[in-house]
Design a protein around this ligand. Structure first.
Ligand code: ATP
Ligand code: MG
Length: 386
């Protein structure tokens, strides 16, 4: 197992290292206390963190809880030279696996480490969810409609969380749900030190058993409280809880949007076939390049695509180069009716051409096992991919 050991005592660290390495573990030693847990966990991604110190100050457990919440696959064992009963109870609540006396004997430590290893072997780590980011190249291009309705489609077979990152004017929830959100992204940001899976789930609106939405803040004042580090923490947790995390990102490429885009598996800039959209798409692609995003991370969606339009696939490619492209047809009446009813298009008009495109789109992102074989041929038929 990959183990990080943290202790203020160099002598103890060396003894721990010798004992565990003799049992075949890879051990890294760090001088310090609980305040170093987060940084070391994020840098090393160990299977287990051992932290030695006094165990009296329950306030220190916030640092432990951060690690157990944000890195649920990392086990934590505390080695306590002194401790209070209150600390012991709270450390279990904070997700600590075991509390051992310090200095610890090698047999006691090895026995505890073996228990963690056995648990690890028995429960394969859950695959992390994929983040899909939708962003309009120009206002009204259709990013929110596509993100919310694609989320609905994906949720037919997977668990999906949509986060409305259009902080100031977000309205994603209203596209697929007719109720109001009891809490929003701003409430989660305000309570970020207590963030865990249950707090996140409680802040979302459960649109269907598999589809949850974390709504945008109610007003501009609340939106100001949301910071990039909150988005980072929420996304780190969300990917451990959902198969897909769909982001509806507003139009500005600010620090919050970049934080979210950095974490995305795929970015879908949405445009219509018009010159201003094309110009903005070009700017976005340039920005993504300078942010170091790999080429295949981005896939443009030309929404409301009409074959007869002046700006077709070839013009888009001539203007933007060899970017991945996808098209969604125009269906003004049905799409508008769906949005106005706050009901996904699949429910209001299942056979509609846009609804069918979205179902196929979801299928390419999350193929059902028996349909994998169709592969590229299916893709090519469903989307006029360039
Ligand atoms: N495929 C489509 N066919 C017809 N109309 C569509 C389609 N997609 C979106 N629309 C229309 O475009 C409007 C704007 O869509 P949406 O709100 O999703 O855009 P957006 O990119 O999120 O814009 P904003 O910049 O306001 O966030 C919708 O109200 C709907 O009427
Ligand atoms: Mg929008």
């Amino acid at each position: 197992m990959k183990i990080a050991a943290i202790s203020p005592s160099r002598a103890h660290l060396e003894e721990i290292g010798r004992g565990l390495e003799a049992h075949g573990h890879a051990v890294s030693l760090f001088e310090g206390g609980k305040s170093r847990m987060r940084e070391i966990t994020e840098r090393m991604q160990p299977d287990l963190v051992l932290v030695e110190g006094m165990c009296c100050d329950t306030a220190e457990l916030a640092q432990v809880e951060y690690v157990t919440t944000h890195h649920p696959s990392v086990a934590v064992i505390l080695l306590c030279s002194t401790h209070t009963p209150e600390f012991l109870i709270n450390s279990m609540r904070a997700g600590v696996r075991e509390v051992l006396p310090s200095p610890v004997t090698t047999p006691a430590l090895e026995a505890a480490v073996s228990r963690v290893a056995a648990k690890l072997a028995g429960s394969p780590a859950r695959k992390l969810g994929k983040i899909l980011a939708f962003m309009p190249c120009k206002g009204g291009a259709g990013a929110t409609f596509l993100a919310t309705n694609l989320g609905w489609q994906l949720a037919e077979t997977k668990s999906v969380l949509l986060i409305d990152l259009n902080l100031q004017f977000g309205d994603a929830l209203s596209f697929v749900h007719d109720g109001k959100a009891a809490s929003t992204l701003a409430d989660v940001a305000k309570d970020i030190s207590r963030l865990d899976a249950s707090l996140l789930a409680a802040a979302t609106v459960r649109v269907t058993p598999n589809y949850s939405i974390l709504a945008a803040p109610e007003d501009l004042a609340h939106a100001m409280g949301v910071k990039p580090e909150h988005i980072d923490a929420i996304l780190s947790l969300a990917v451990t809880q959902y198969d897909f995390v769909v982001l509806d990102i507003g139009r500005s490429l600010d620090t919050i949007a970049i934080k979210a885009l950095d974490r995305a598996w795929r970015i879908f800039p949405v445009l219509q076939s018009a010159l201003p959209d094309l110009r903005n798409a070009g700017k976005l692609l340039e920005a993504f390049k300078s942010l170091g995003y790999p080429h295949e991370k981005t896939e443009l969606i030309i929404n409301r695509f009409d074959k007869g339009s002046d700006i077709g696939i070839e013009e888009v490619q001539r203007s933007l180069g060899s970017v991945r492209l996808n098209t969604v047809p125009n269906s003004y009446r049905e799409v508008n009716a769906s949005i106005n009813h706050g009901d996904p298009l699949t429910r209001t008009a299942r056979g509609n051409t846009v609804a069918r495109h979205l179902a196929d789109f979801a299928q390419t992102l999350s193929p059902r096992p028996d349909e994998n074989r169709a592969g590229g041929g299916l893709l090519d038929r469903l989307f006029r991919r360039a």
